[in-house]
Structure formats: C-alpha cells, structure tokens
Design a protein around this ligand. Structure first.
Ligand code: SF4
Length: 481
C-alpha cells in the first residue's frame, strides 16, 4: 500500500512514540521572528537551556518593522517594537543563530525568506511560531505553525510532541479561467470546505491546475491552508520545485544536489497512496473571488450577491447577521461597487516577485482613484531589489501606489501601517478577522493582488477582468524564481 508524502516525512522524522500516543518529531528547520521568540528565549534562559541546533534555526524581523523608509531608523518610534527587535538580536548573538536583520539585505516576511533562501526544502519538517508556516508546504515540506512554548521546545531540543494528522487530497483539475489566480483557488476551497473543514487534516493539493502553478502560486495556496483549518498544506515536489531551488544560497550544491534530488523524488506521494479523504474541484468552477464577511470562508465571486441570513442554514444565521453588520453590507446585494478607502498588496500570501509583476502589467499607465491610499509592500528585501531592477517600482509609483520597504505591514496591525476607524481595505493578505488591520472597526476584504489593484484604480470593489480588459487572454507571469 502506497504512502503519501505526509506519512513518509512524518515517519522519517519520528524520534519515538510518546506514552500519550503523540509523536516526538525531529524538526529540520526552525524559523523564528521577533514576536513569538522573546518569551521562548526568556523561558530558556530561566531554565538555563541552550539552543540544540543553532545551524537549523534562522531569524528575521517582519511583524513589527515599519515599512516607511524613515520610520525604520533605529530606535523605532514604537518602544515595544524596538524592545522585541533588540531581544531577538541579542538572543541570536548569544545562541549563534543566523539573523536576517533589517540591514542584512535578506530581511523579509519569514514565509517569504525561508523559500527564497533555499532553506525550505522538500521532505523537511519546518516549524515557526506563526500560523502561516503552512506556506512552506508548497516545496513539499511538512510545515506548520507552533505556539510560544513549542518554540521553546524546538529551540532547546529540535523536536516537538505532535499528534499525527489525517490527510485529505484536494484535486483541482482543468484550466483556470481569465482573471482567476491561486488566491481565488484557495478562497474557493475554503468556501467549499469551511474554515474548520480542515481541522485534524493535512491538505495535499494536487491535480493539473496545481501542477501548472509556479512555486510562488503554490505558496499562495499553501499559505491559506490554515485558514481552512488545516495546519499543514503541501504540494508534491516536482520539476517546478527543483528548478525553483537550484542555485539558492542554502540549497544543496554539487554532489549534495544530486543526492538531495534523489531523496526529494522518493518522498513524493506514491501513485497508490491511501488518503483519509479526497475532494475533487473543477478549475472551471472557480471565479475571481473575494471575502464579504469576517472570516476567510465567507467568500463569494465578484459578480455574486452577498448572502442573506435567510439563504444559509439556521445555525449559521447569527454569524451572517453579525458579519453583514460589521462589514456594513446588505444581504442580497452585490459587494462589487462598494467604495474602498485603502488597498494593500503584500503579506506572506501575495508579496512575491510574480505577484508584483502580474499587478504591474495591469496598472501600467493607469492611476489610483482619488482618495484611495494604495500600498505595495514587497515580501522581502530580495523581492524589492529584484522588482526595482525590473523597474516595477516606477510603474507602481507612477500609478499612484506607495512603494514600501519589506515587512508584514497592514496584514496585522502590529506596525504603523494600520486602518483608521471603519475604513474598508481591499487586501491581498490572508485574514479578514474583525480588527485584524489595526482598527477595531476596520473592514478587510480578501482577494487576489490583481483584484486589489483593480479596486485601487476603480476606487471601488471591482471585477479586475472589466477594469483591466482581461477578457481576451490571461497572461499570468509564471515566475518560478
Ligand atoms: S504577513 Fe501577515 S500572516 Fe504573514 S507572517 Fe506577517 S502577519 Fe503573519
């Protein structure tokens, strides 16, 4: 009986089965950042523990770092942000951990930095004190977010006690339509299976639509697995994966590369692998989508009306009524056409070079609508440098977008980029919870970066296919780097 990648990787990393039935799992790569690590380091210092494998631990600063150039001068104006950064810097020095700090030229959002440095590799177990660690599954790793006490455990032992997950294979077959991107695919999946549908599961994404995606599109997909309740999301490694990794700073070289390739090929799911569940989705059923409510499963197509309380099962009605009120929407009416105050292209979901290229292609020669604050925040310094080398920053600034320094920015209100009052933000990020973007009344609408750009240009939530005349042909930039 064949095995899935998840089971192969799990078995290869099992140290032992614990008395309570959980597995003590060896962790290949531990990524840390300034928000969830200070407490963990504090606990370790109290217990006089060291870092077991500093060479398997890498740090960056992303959540709290300002994205406006002047605001990045040290010390940061926000004292807490400064303290967190100092704490991380000191801990990295003390324990010999490589730190991609803000002047290193390699800083960025932790889930952008890991893959682009070639740290994340197929067949690895990867953890980070951040829910969107599932992103790294795009490269065929088993990657998941952990809590602060688990960060301490991994730092001090390089292992973790974990209950084994079930595996659901999600097959998306066929050709995606015009203006339909990886973001629309994952929003559609979460809409279909629910925000808790993946609880207890790892999601294996497969099918021709996934195989045709670039690495960066696969990262968008896996990034939001956790929003559907699945702690792990992955794609089996293939030629796209290997081409992406080859030549990256931490990728194996020479004979090690050949050995690694052989291993990576061996850990892909077997043809006859057995799954706990299989879901099949036709790519042609997926429309350019966006959220209308306050969780990433409250999704509609751009030309679909917002649901009414009466249109959903009785147990969901209170949530729908609450979400409609918070978002200031009327059930049964279109969300399309609603005025936007802010637009945000960024976050670990959609801030990579291929995202920026695709948006730039459409906004060239157009201009952001009056009164709209439009941000483009590259996911890392390397993404920023590469985009600037191609002149993308000029395209954005000429079109009226603000071109920022790398960081999490508006995705989470932990830095100066925040919504004010009940501003409505069209966002390429991954969470639309109440207050997520820094204002208790702020409203977030999730969508693909191209749809965000369409909203910025139109000044309203809009169909990118109409704003950019995309009806003729879809020419997605399939960036593999
Ligand atoms: S971009 Fe957003 S979701 Fe991603 S790591 Fe930063 S705060 Fe978390």
């Amino acid at each position: 009986m064949g095995k899935s990648l998840f089971h192969k990787v799990w078995d290869a990393h099992t140290v032992r089965t614990l008395p309570d039935g959980r597995t003590q799992l060896f962790i290949g790569l531990h990524l840390i950042h300034e928000v969830t690590s200070p407490q963990a380091f504090g606990m370790m210092k109290d217990l006089e523990l060291g870092v077991a494998f500093p060479e398997r631990t890498f740090a960056t600063v992303d959540h709290i770092i300002p994205t406006a150039k002047k605001a990045r001068l040290r010390p940061f104006r926000d004292n807490l942000a400064e303290q967190m950064t100092v704490h991380l810097t000191d801990s990295c020095k003390q324990f010999g951990i490589r730190f991609f700090h803000e002047n290193s030229g390699q800083q960025g959002i932790v889930h952008v930095v890991g893959p682009e440095q070639g740290l994340t590799q197929p067949g690895m177990t990867v953890v980070c004190g951040d829910s969107h660690t599932s992103t790294h599954g795009a490269l065929g790793a088993v990657a998941f977010g952990i809590g602060t006490s688990q960060v301490r455990d991994v730092l001090s032992t390089q292992t973790l006690a974990m209950a084994k997950l079930k595996v659901r294979r999600i097959e998306v077959d066929g050709q995606l339509g015009v203006g339909v991107y990886a973001k629309d695919v994952i929003l559609h999946i979460i809409r279909t299976l629910g925000v808790n549908g993946g609880t207890g599961f790892a999601y294996e994404f497969a099918g021709s639509a996934i195989e045709n995606m670039s690495m960066e599109e696969r990262m968008t997909l896996c990034n939001m697995s956790i929003e559907g309740g699945a702690r792990v999301g992955y794609v089996n490694p293939d030629a796209v994966t290997y081409a992406y990794l080859q030549g990256r700073p931490y990728a194996p070289k020479g004979q090690d590369w050949e050995r690694a390739l052989a291993y990576w090929r061996s850990i892909a799911s077997d043809q006859d692998a057995v799954y706990d569940d299989v879901v099949r989705i036709a790519a042609s059923d997926i429309a350019p989508s966006l959220t209308w409510g306050v969780n990433p499963g409250q999704v509609i197509a751009i030309d679909e009306p917002v649901p009414t309380a009466e249109s959903v099962p009785e147990h969901e009605r209170p949530n729908v009524i609450d979400a409609l009120k918070y978002m200031q929407l009327t059930g049964g009416k279109l969300i399309k056409g609603h005025k936007v105050d802010v637009t945000f292209i960024g976050s670990c979901t959609n801030s990579r070079l291929s995202d920026l290229r695709e948006v730039a292609k459409h906004v060239r020669g157009k201009h952001v609508a009056a009164g709209v604050k439009a941000l483009v925040v590259p996911g890392s310094q390397l993404v920023k440098d590469a985009a600037e080398a191609e002149g993308l920053h000029d395209v954005f600034t000429e079109a009226g977008f603000e071109w920022r320094e790398p960081g999490c920015s508006m995705c989470l209100g932990m830095n100066p980029d925040k919504l004010v009052g009940d501003q409505l933000c069209a966002s390429s990020s991954n969470r639309n919870f109440k207050g997520r973007m820094g204002s208790p009344e702020g409203r977030t609408v999730l969508m693909s970066p191209v749809m965000v750009a369409a909203a910025a240009i139109a000044g309203r939530l809009a169909d990118a296919r109409e704003v950019f005349g995309m009806v003729e042909q879809k020419e997605v930039t399939r960036g593999t780097r």
